[in-house]
Ligand binder design. Structure first.
Ligand SMILES: Cc1cc2nc3c(=O)[nH]c(=O)nc-3n(C[C@H](O)[C@H](O)[C@H](O)COP(=O)(O)OP(=O)(O)OC[C@H]3O[C@@H](n4cnc5c(N)ncnc54)[C@H](O)[C@@H]3O)c2cc1C
Length: 815
C-alpha cells in the first residue's frame, strides 16, 4: 500500500540537504502538514558526495547572512534534534596573493563583524602559526574565518529530516514526481505511488530542478557542471602534528589559484574549481539521464593536474601522499552561481529552492528563507541576490551554459566594480547598439539588455586586466568625469533600453494603485515616484507612475525588476478587477536627454511644448515619430526622458544627436548616471531601496500620504512613526582614499558600529566622495562626523542636510 498522503499543505520535491532543511523550517514555523517527496533515498542527488565544507565567507551580504545562519544552526542541530553529527569547526585560511585580494578580505572582515562574526586578516607569520605546513613567501596575507569547517552532508540531511519528522512533517522516499497540474486552486502532484494535492509546492530537486520546473511550465535558468575532489592517503607528518596539537588543520583556500585543501582524517582533500572546466548534459545527444541517484562521473584527473601541482608547491607534505579516491559529481549552476530561492516566476503558489552550488553550507539559511517565503510571502532579510525573478526571458540554454562555465571557472574571483563579465553577452540589443558602440560605449547587461557604461576614446585601455581594481581611478575615470561635466554644462544622451513598463488601464485602476502605494497617484499629464511597501512597511519597490488618463497609467521600473514588480502587481490584483495590467516592456524604448542645453536641442527637433514644468509628460513628435516626452532627470539637470516605440529609437536618436552637436551634446553611460544620481541623493533599487529597510527608515516620508484611509503597509508605518525609527537614511560626504564606499561598508562612531552604506560613488559635480546609507537615528544629524570603513580602513564622513548635495533646491532641474 502506498504511504503517500492524499493531501498536504506543502509538497517539497527533492530530499537533499536543501529540501530537508526546507521541510524542517516549515515544520518549525508550525506548518507541519508538509510532505517531502524524494525519488530515491534522501541525499541521492549532489548531497551524498559533497565535500561538506561550511564556510561563512561571502562578498554578498545576503549569502553571508544565509551561511552565518547555517553555521550557527549546525552547531546546535545535532543536540536539538537528537541526531549526533560529524561537524568539525576547524576555521579556515583564505590565501591572498595580491593587494586587491587583501582589500577584498578586509571588506569581508567588516561585513562579518557587522553580522557578529570575528573574522581576521593574518600576516604570513600568523598563517604559519596556524598552518605549519604552508609555503608563504609569495602571499600578501590571508583571511582567517574561525567559524569555517566541515560537516557530513548525509548526516546533516538526516538530522534535518529527523527534526522535521519529529515535528510532524512527512517524508516519502522512492517517490519520484512525474507531473503536476493545477485544479481548483490546488496543485495535484503525480507520482507512481499516486497523486497528492497541495496548496503550495517547492522545487528542491537540485540538478534535476530544470526537469521538475518543466512540469510547471517553468524554464529554470541553470546548467550542470562536473566538480571533482581528490582524497589522499594518510600523511604521517600530518597525523603526528594533528595528534600532538589535538585538532585538525584549518581548511585552506588558495582562491587566486582556485582550489581548497582540507584535512580529511590524517590525509587531505583537494577540490579545485578549474578554468578548463566541463559542463554535462548540455547537448541534445547527451540528455540528463532519467535517474542518476548515487552516481558519479568518471574521474578526469587531467583537468586537475595544474591545481594538484600548485597545491603541492603550497603545502609540500601533500606531495608525499598517495591518491586514494576521486569524486566527480554533478553540481548545478545558475548563471551567476547563486541559488534560486523564492517564488517560481509566473507560477501560482509555487516556489524554488534549487540550483545550489554551495548547498551544504547554505542549506540551513536556505530552509529558513524558503519557509518564510511560503508561510509569510516575504523574508526577514532582503534576498534579491537569490530571488528566481532576477532572471527573465533571456536565459536560454546557451546563455546558462556559457555563464555557468564562466562562474565555475572563476568561482573565487573578485568582482571588481568596473569589470563587466564577458560571457553570454548581447542577449538583447537596443536598435542603436551599433551606433553607440561606434562612439566607444563599453557595455554591461541589465536584465539581458546591453547598456553603455562609459564611453572610451581611441587609445583608452579597455582590456579586462585594466578593470582588476577596487579603486576609483582607471581608464574610465577621466571619461566618466567628462560625461558628468557634459551633462552639467551642456547636454548628454543616454540610451536606456529595457526599462520595465506595465500598462494599467480600466475602471478602478486608480483606486487600486492608490491602495498599493504609500503616496498619491499623480493626476493625468503628470508623473511621480511611487513606493510600494509590504505589510511591515518595508520597501518592496519603487516605480514611476505616468498618468495618461484618470484610469490609465504606465508604471515604469528598473530593468532588473521586470518580473519581480509585475508579480507584485499581479499578486495584489483582485480576481474580478475590471482593469487590465500588461507587461509592455518589449514595445518601448527610452533615451535620456539631460543638461542645460537639452531644451535648445529639443526645440530644434521636437514638435512639443518645452515650457511644461518638471514632472509632466506630453505626447510629442521628433523626426516625424511619435514619442512621449517626460520632464524628469535622474541625473538632476534640466532634461527629458524620450519614450518611443522600439522601432523609432534610431530615427529619434539620429535627429537629437545631429541637432545636439553644436550644443556640445555627448553620450553618457550608466557609470556617469550613477555618479550624477548619488549627488542628488536619488536611491537605487536593491541597494538603497530594499526590504531590509522601511519606507520611513529610507527617508521617504514625503512620499507617504497619511491622509489616505488605507494603503498597504500603512498600519506598520504608523506604528513605526509613533515609536520612532531606529535608523535613518543619510547622505554622507567621505574623506575617502582611492576607493569610494562600496555597498554595505560599516559606519562607525565612538568605536561602535552604527550603520551601513547602501551605495557610494564619486560626485564629479561636487568633487566629493559620497555615500548613501543607514545610520542610527540619534546620529543622523547634519554636520555629525562619523567614520566609514572602506576595505578595512576608516575614513572621516560627515552627515549632510536632508537635501541633494547638488542643486539642493532643484533649480536646475526645474529650469
Ligand atoms: C564534488 C562536489 C563537492 C561539493 N562540495 C561541497 C561543499 O563542500 N560544500 C557545499 O556547500 N556544497 C558542496 N557541493 C555542492 C552540494 O553538493 C550541493 O549544492 C547540494 O548538495 C545541493 O543540495 P540540494 O538539496 O539542493 O540538491 P540535491 O542534493 O541534488 O537533492 C535534490 C534531490 O531531488 C531529488 N529529485 C530530483 N528529481 C526529483 C523528482 N522528480 N521527484 C522527487 N525527487 C526528485 C533527487 O533525487 C535529489 O535527492 C559539492 C558538490 C560536488 C559535486
Amino acid at each position: 500500500m502506498s504511504n503517500l498522503p492524499s493531501h498536504a499543505r506543502v509538497v517539497i520535491i527533492g530530499g537533499g540537504a536543501v529540501g530537508a532543511s526546507s521541510l524542517y523550517h516549515l515544520a518549525k514555523a508550525g506548518w507541519t502538514d508538509c510532505v517531502l517527496l524524494e525519488k530515491n533515498e534522501l541525499t541521492a542527488g549532489s548531497t551524498w558526495h559533497a565535500a561538506g565544507n561550511v564556510p561563512t565567507f561571502s562578498s554578498s551580504w545576503s549569502i553571508m547572512n544565509m551561511q552565518r545562519y547555517s553555521a550557527s544552526l549546525y552547531r546546535e542541530l545535532g543536540q536539538r534534534v537528537d541526531y549526533p553529527m560529524n561537524y568539525h569547526v576547524t576555521g579556515s585560511i583564505r590565501l591572498g596573493h595580491s593587494k586587491e585580494r587583501l582589500q577584498e578580505f578586509k571588506r569581508v572582515v567588516g561585513m562579518g563583524r557587522y553580522q557578529g562574526m570575528e573574522l581576521d586578516v593574518l600576516t604570513p607569520d600568523q598563517m604559519r602559526g596556524r598552518y605549519p605546513f604552508l609555503e608563504t613567501h609569495d602571499l600578501t596575507g590571508a583571511l582567517y574565518d574561525p567559524y569555517d569547517g566541515d560537516i557530513d552532508p548525509a548526516q546533516l540531511t538526516q538530522a534535518l529530516a529527523k527534526g522535521a519528522r519529529d515535528l510532524g512533517a512527512k517524508i516519502v522516499r522512492f517517490c519520484p514526481v512525474t507531473g503536476a497540474r493545477r485544479e481548483k486552486d490546488e496543485w495535484v502532484i503525480t507520482t507512481p505511488q499516486g497523486e497528492i494535492r497541495c496548496e503550495y509546492v517547492v522545487n528542491a530537486a537540485g540538478y534535476y530542478a530544470r526537469e521538475v520546473g518543466k512540469m510547471f511550465g517553468r524554464n529554470v535558468p541553470m546548467m550542470v557542471m562536473s566538480h571533482q575532489y581528490i582524497l589522499f592517503d594518510e600523511i604521517p607528518e600530518l597525523a603526528a602534528w594533528s595528534k600532538e596539537v589535538g585538532h585538525k588543520l584549518p581548511l585552506l583556500r588558495d582562491v587566486d589559484s582556485s582550489y581548497y585543501l582540507r584535512q580529511e582524517k590524517y590525509g587531505m582533500n583537494l577540490g579545485p574549481y578549474e578554468r578548463n572546466c566541463r559542463a554535462h548534459w548540455v547537448t541534445p545527444d547527451d540528455p540528463i539521464p532519467e535517474d542518476f541517484s548515487f552516481q558519479l562521473f568518471p574521474d578526469d584527473l587531467e583537468r586537475l593536474e595544474w591545481y594538484l601541482n600548485d597545491a603541492v608547491e603550497r603545502v609540500p607534505i601533500l606531495g608525499t601522499a598517495g591518491l586514494s579516491r576521486v569524486i566527480n559529481g554533478p553540481i548545478p549552476y545558475a548563471p551567476d552561481g547563486n541559488p534560486l530561492i523564492g517564488p517560481m516566476p509566473g507560477v501560482p503558489n509555487a516556489f524554488e529552492a534549487c540550483v545550489f552550488t554551495f548547498g551544504i553550507c547554505q542549506a540551513g539559511g536556505a530552509g529558513k528563507v524558503l519557509a518564510e517565503w511560503v508561510t509569510e510571502g516575504q523574508t526577514e532579510w532582503d534576498m534579491w541576490s537569490c530571488d528566481p525573478r532576477r532572471y527573465t526571458d533571456y536565459t536560454d540554454q546557451d546563455y546558462c551554459i556559457a555563464k555557468g562555465m564562466e562562474v565555475y571557472g572563476h568561482e573565487y574571483a573578485m568582482h571588481f566594480p568596473k569589470h563587466y563579465w564577458p560571457a553570454a553577452r548581447k542577449k538583447k540589443l537596443s536598435p542603436i547598439h551599433d551606433r553607440i558602440a561606434a562612439l566607444g560605449a563599453q557595455f554591461k547587461p541589465y536584465n539581458g539588455w546591453e547598456r553603455a557604461m562609459w564611453y572610451a576614446k581611441p587609445g583608452d585601455d579597455t582590456s579586462e586586466e585594466a578593470t582588476q581594481t577596487w579603486g576609483r581611478e582607471g581608464p574610465w575615470a577621466k571619461r566618466i568625469e567628462e560625461e558628468c561635466l557634459a551633462v552639467r554644462d551642456a547636454a548628454g544622451i543616454l540610451d536606456l533600453p529595457g526599462f520595465s513598463r506595465f500598462r494599467l488601464k480600466g475602471e478602478g485602476a486608480r483606486e487600486w494603485l492608490s491602495s498599493l502605494i504609500t503616496g498619491r497617484v499623480p493626476k493625468p499629464g503628470r508623473i511621480g515616484l511611487a513606493y510600494f511597501a509590504d505589510d511591515k512597511g518595508r520597501i518592496v519597490t519603487e516605480m514611476s507612475v505616468m498618468t495618461i488618463e484618470d484610469d490609465f497609467f504606465f508604471l515604469i521600473t528598473a530593468a532588473a525588476a521586470q518580473w519581480h514588480d509585475l508579480e507584485w502587481l499581479q499578486k495584489h490584483r483582485p480576481a474580478d478587477a475590471a482593469f487590465t495590467l500588461d507587461d509592455v516592456t518589449a514595445n518601448f524604448a527610452c533615451q535620456i536627454l539631460t543638461g542645460p542645453k537639452s531644451r535648445a536641442i529639443l526645440a530644434e527637433v521636437a514638435e512639443a511644448d518645452l515650457s511644461t514644468p518638471w514632472l509632466t509628460h506630453q505626447t510629442a513628435e521628433i523626426a516625424g515619430r511619435y514619442c512621449q516626452l517626460v520632464r524628469v532627470s535622474f541625473a538632476g539637470e534640466l532634461g527629458w526622458e524620450i519614450h518611443t516605440k522600439v522601432g523609432d529609437t534610431a530615427a529619434i536618436f539620429d535627429a537629437v544627436w545631429e541637432a545636439g552637436q553644436k550644443h556640445g551634446l555627448k553620450p553618457f553611460g550608466m557609470e556617469a548616471l550613477d555618479s550624477l544620481r548619488i549627488e542628488k541623493g536619488y536611491r537605487a533599487w536593491k541597494g538603497d531601496l530594499s526590504t531590509d529597510y522601511t519606507v520611513l527608515q529610507g527617508g521617504l516620508e514625503r512620499f507617504v500620504d497619511w491622509s489616505k484611509p488605507s494603503f498597504k503597509g500603512k498600519a506598520a508605518l504608523e506604528r513605526e512613526k509613533q515609536q520612532g525609527v531606529a535608523k535613518r537614511f543619510v547622505t554622507l560626504t567621505v574623506e575617502a582614499g582611492e576607493c569610494d564606499a562600496p555597498y554595505m561598508s560599516t559606519l562607525w562612531s565612538g568605536g561602535e558600529v552604527v550603520g551601513e552604506t547602501t551605495s557610494g560613488n564619486w560626485g564629479y559635480r561636487v568633487g566629493k566622495s559620497i555615500a548613501l546609507g543607514m545610520l542610527r537615528a540619534d546620529l543622523a544629524v547634519p554636520g555629525r562626523e562619523i567614520e566609514v570603513e572602506i576595505f578595512g580602513d576608516r575614513f572621516k564622513a560627515t552627515v549632510q542636510l536632508d537635501q541633494p548635495l547638488w542643486d539642493p533646491s532643484n533649480e536646475r532641474l526645474k529650469a
